[in-house]
Design a protein around this ligand. Structure first.
Ligand code: NAI
Length: 308
C-alpha cells in the first residue's frame, strides 16, 4: 500500500525512513515544494535500501500530486517548524495556508485517503483539515499524543532509573507546552502505579519536563526535533496499514467525548485499517478533567484565528 508524506524536511524524511526500515508499505511518495528536494531525499533513502534490507520503494516529486494518487495514508509535515523561544501557536499564519492547499491536493488524487496531520499548531491544523477536506472524521488523525507519550515514558524511566520497556504512560489533551496532560495517575512500572516509587517533587519534575519536551529540544537543536516525531508517525501509519488496532493517543474531532465537541484534542483511540476505529473513554480524576477543559479552551482560542 502507498503512503504519501508531504514535506520532505526533517520530520517528513525521518518518518519516510522509519516507514521504509520497517518494510510494511509498498511505496512512500515524498512531496515537497522546494525544487528537487523530495527527489533528492528519496534517492538518498533508496540508496540505503540494500544496506538496511528493505524493499519499500521511495520516490520524490516537486509538487506533482498525480504521483500520490491512490494513497492509503498521507502524512502532512509541510510548513515551518518553530525556532528557540517560539510557541507552536505562533506558526499558524504560515502553516494554515500550506496545510489547506496540501489537503485539497491530496484529497483530489486520493479520495479514500486517511490523513495524519503533523504540522503545528497541530490540534488546530487537524481541525482545519476537518473543516476543509470533506473527509469523514475517522479519516483525519492528528499526531501529538504518540510523541508526547514517548517523551513522558522517557522522563518516567529516567526518574525511576528503570528500563523504558518497564514503564507505561500516556499524554492526552493539547499538543502545546501548556495544554499537554501527562496522565500521571495512570502511569505504571510493570503494572504498579509509579506514584509508589516517586516523590511529589520527582512527579512534578517528570510532568514539567514532558510538557516542555519539544521546547527543550528546540533550544538544543535550533529547530524542532525529528527522530521521535518521525518514529511516532511511523507507528501510526503501521497501525493503519497492518490493521494492528493499537491504542494510540491522537488529536481527533470530538463529538461529546470528554465533554467536548467541535474541537480536535488528544484522546486515546484504536487505530486500524479504517483510521479511527474507536475513541476510548478513560476515567479522569477531577484535576485531570479540569486540565483537559482548560486545554480545550486554549485550543478553541487558537482555532478562532482560522478563517474557516
Ligand atoms: P522542515 O522545515 O525541516 O520541513 C518542512 C518542509 O515542508 C520543507 O522541506 C518545506 O520545503 C516543505 N514545504 C513547505 N511548504 C510546502 C508546500 N506547500 N508543499 C509541500 N511542501 C512544503 O520542518 P520540520 O522540522 O520537518 O517540521 C515540519 C512541521 O512539523 C512543523 O510545522 C513542525 O512544527 C511540525 N512538527 C510537529 C510535531 C508534532 O508532534 N505534531 C513534531 C515535530 C514537528
Amino acid at each position: 500500500m502507498k503512503v504519501t508524506v508531504v514535506g520532505a524536511g526533517a520530520v517528513g524524511a525521518s518518518c519516510a525512513e522509519y516507514i521504509a526500515m520497517k518494510d510494511f508499505a509498498s511505496e512512500v511518495v515524498l512531496v515537497d515544494i522546494k525544487e528537487g528536494f523530495a527527489e533528492g531525499k528519496a534517492m538518498d533513502l533508496m540508496q540505503t535500501a540494500s544496506l538496511n534490507g528493505f524493499d519499500t520503494k521511495i520516490t520524490g516529486t516537486t509538487g506533482d500530486y498525480s504521483k500520490t494518487a491512490g494513497s492509503k495514508v498521507a502524512v502532512i509535515t509541510s510548513g515551518i517548524p518553530r525556532k528557540p523561544g517560539m510557541t507552536r501557536e505562533e506558526l499558524i499564519g504560515i502553516n494554515a495556508g500550506i496545510v489547506k492547499e496540501v489537503t485539497e491536493n491530496l484529497v483530489k488524487h486520493s479520495p479514500d485517503v486517511i490523513i495524519i496531520v503533523v504540522s503545528n499548531p497541530m490540534d488546530t491544523m487537524a481541525y482545519l483539515v476537518h473543516k476543509t477536506s470533506g473527509l469523514p472524521k475517522e479519516r483525519i488523525i492528528g499526531m501529538g499524543g504518540a510523541l508526547d507519550s514517548a517523551r513522558f515514558k522517557y522522563r518516567l524511566a529516567e526518574a525511576l532509573e528503570s528500563p523504558i520497556s518497564d514503564v507505561d504512560g500516556m499524554v492526552i489533551a493539547a499538543h502545546s507546552d501548556t495544554g499537554m496532560l501527562p496522565l500521571f495517575s495512570k502511569a505504571t512500572r510493570n503494572g504498579v502505579p509509579v506514584s509508589e516509587f516517586l516523590t511529589d517533587e520527582q512527579k512534578a519534575s517528570v510532568i514539567e519536563e514532558t510538557k516542555v519536551g519539544g521546547a527543550t529540544l528546540t533550544k538544543l537543536l535550533g529547530t524542532s526535533a525529528w527522530y521521535a516525531p518521525g518514529a511516532a508517525v511511523s507507528v501510526m501509519v503501521q497501525s493503519i496499514l497492518c490493521d494492528q488496532k493499537k491504542m494510540i493517543p491522537c488529536s481527533l474531532m470530538l463529538d461529546g467525548e470528554y465533554g467536548q465537541s467541535d474541537i480536535c484534542l488528544g484522546v486515546p483511540a484504536i487505530i486500524g485499517k479504517n483510521g479511527v476505529e474507536k475513541i476510548v473513554n478513560i476515567t479522569l480524576t477531577e484535576e485531570e478533567q479540569a486540565k483537559f477543559a482548560e486545554a480545550a479552551k486554549a485550543v478553541r482560542d487558537v482555532n478562532g484565528d482560522l478563517k474557516v
